[in-house]
Structure formats: structure tokens, C-alpha cells
Design a protein around this ligand. Structure first.
Ligand SMILES: Nc1ncnc2c1ncn2[C@@H]1O[C@H](COP(=O)(O)OP(=O)(O)OP(=O)(O)O)[C@@H](O)[C@H]1O
Length: 228
């Protein structure tokens, strides 16, 4: 059966008691690449945090990768997260271990037990991000662009239907940003993964134009519905 990866209907997004975004409604289909733009402090991260279960949804409805977020029991959040990949601006890799161990850590934490399958999966995701030979490097030995690729490899471990990326090119020079964008766009195309990417980087958007959700004055505007 045909099913969108994200459906949000009349959702109100809060930070504590503060209403950050109201009446949010949009749908994202499989394989769609969607930018999330808007001035600083307008609610991009709050929306992403709601979609990955860090902020709870108390008003309105949302379904992400088949999980209903409304009043979701916190015990279900890890299961939601297994179906998502999350990529951050600051990589958030563990600095006291090498690349393979970083990836193994996530697989173990998400229930993988078979060592052979774990090794195959690690080789698979490192191949997808073009860093097959870097498994034994400590993360601090990698460049910023390489660290971001490892962060993306980590997001791919559980073959997610959706990747949420919060300013993944924010700390990178223009050339490296471009390489990361090519990688994200190809993941979207080749594997049908949907991607929502928060960004302030209009160079990137003009080179890789795609649908935009814009946070402004407490609302989300959708370029699929009207010009933003
Ligand atoms: N942990 C928090 N507790 C309370 N309020 C918060 C928290 N995090 C963010 N906010 C508030 O929520 C609003 C939206 O912030 P948010 O971080 O979602 O914006 P953003 O668009 O992602 O900004 P940026 O582009 O700077 O990352 C802001 O008014 C911010 O001050």
C-alpha cells in the first residue's frame, strides 16, 4: 500500500510552554528531498526534534515512518529512531574510538548481535559514503568532510526511510559542502530515502533546488503549496 513517510496534520510544536509553530501540516513522500529553511530561532530544530521524538507532540497529529507521534509512549521512541537517520552539523561522533567502533556501537545499541552481519553492514555503509578504507581511523584523525560522511554512514546503518539532517553543511567549506550535498542527493535517488534538511546555506539550495518548508512567524510555509 502507498504510504507517505511523514504526515503532519494541524500540529502545534512547543518548547516547554512556548508555542513555537502552530497549525503545521505537510506530507513527505518516499524519496523526496525537502529543505527546511527559516531565520534563526523560528523553529526548524524544534520541528525536527518533534519528528524524531525528542519533543513530544500534544496537539495535532503526525506519523513518521509508520509511527504515530501523538502522545507517543517514551518507550516507543527508540523504535521510531531505528527507522530514522539523524545527521547533525557537529557530527556527534565518539572521539575515544575509531570509525568502525563508532558504527558498531550504534548497531549494538539498536539490537544487532551477529558479528558477521555487523561487519558486513559497516563495510556496506562506509562504501556508500566513499570511505571504505577509513574504518580504523580515529574520528579526530578525519577532516570535517570525512567526519560528516561518517555521520551520514551512521545514519544509514538501519536502512532508514527518512533522514533528518540539521545543517549538515554548516561547518564545512563550500567545496566540501558540495560533496556532502552530492552524497545526500544520491542517497535520496538511489535508495528512495526521504530527506529533510534544515539549512541556512542558499548557495546549496540554488545549486540543488528542491521543495522547501519555511518557518516564519510561527507557521510553516510549503513551496509545494505556494511560493515561499
Ligand atoms: N531547549 C529549549 N527550551 C526552551 N526554548 C527553546 C529550547 N530550544 C529552543 N527554544 C526556543 O524555541 C524557539 C525555536 O528555536 P529553534 O532552535 O527550533 O529554532 P531554529 O530555527 O532551529 O534556530 P537556528 O537556525 O538558530 O538553529 C526559539 O525561540 C528558541 O529560543
Amino acid at each position: 500500500m502507498f504510504e507517505p513517510v511523514v504526515t503532519v496534520r494541524d500540529a502545534n510544536i512547543y518548547q516547554g510552554d512556548n508555542l513555537v509553530l502552530s497549525d503545521v501540516s505537510f506530507t513527505i513522500e518516499r524519496g523526496e528531498f525537502v529543505y527546511l529553511v527559516g531565520k534563526t530561532g523560528t523553529g526548524k530544530s524544534s520541528l525536527l526534534k518533534t519528528l524524531y521524538g525528542e519533543l513530544s507532540l500534544k496537539e495535532g497529529d503526525a506519523t513518521v515512518a509508520g509511527y504515530n507521534l501523538r502522545d507517543m509512549n517514551w518507550k516507543k521512541v527508540p523504535f521510531l529512531r531505528r527507522n530514522l537517520g539523524v545527521v547533525f552539523q557537529d557530527f556527534q561522533l565518539l572521539t575515544d574510538r575509531n570509525v568502525n567502533e563508532n558504527l558498531r556501537f550504534v548497531l549494538k545499541a539498536t539490537g544487532w548481535k551477529d558479528e558477521k552481519l555487523i561487519e558486513e553492514k559497516i563495510a556496506d555503509v562506509l562504501g556508500k559514503v566513499g570511505l571504505k578504507s577509513k574504518g580504523f581511523k580515529m574520528t579526530f584523525e578525519l577532516s570535517g568532510g570525512e567526519q560528516q560522511r561518517i555521520d551520514i554512514a551512521r545514519a544509514l546503518l538501519n536502512s532508514p526511510k527518512l533522514i533528518l539532517a540539521d545543517e549538515p553543511t554548516g561547518n564545512l567549506d563550500p567545496e566540501t559542502s558540495d560533496e556532502i550535498m552530492q552524497l545526500l542527493v544520491s542517497i535520496c535517488k538511489d535508495y528512495g530515502t526521504s530527506i529533510i534538511m534544515a539549512t541556512h546555506d542558499f548557495m546549496v539550495i540554488s545549486k540543488y533546488p528542491s521543495r522547501m518548508l519555511k518557518t516564519e512567524r510561527g507557521k510553516v510555509f510549503d513551496s509545494a503549496v505556494a511560493e515561499v
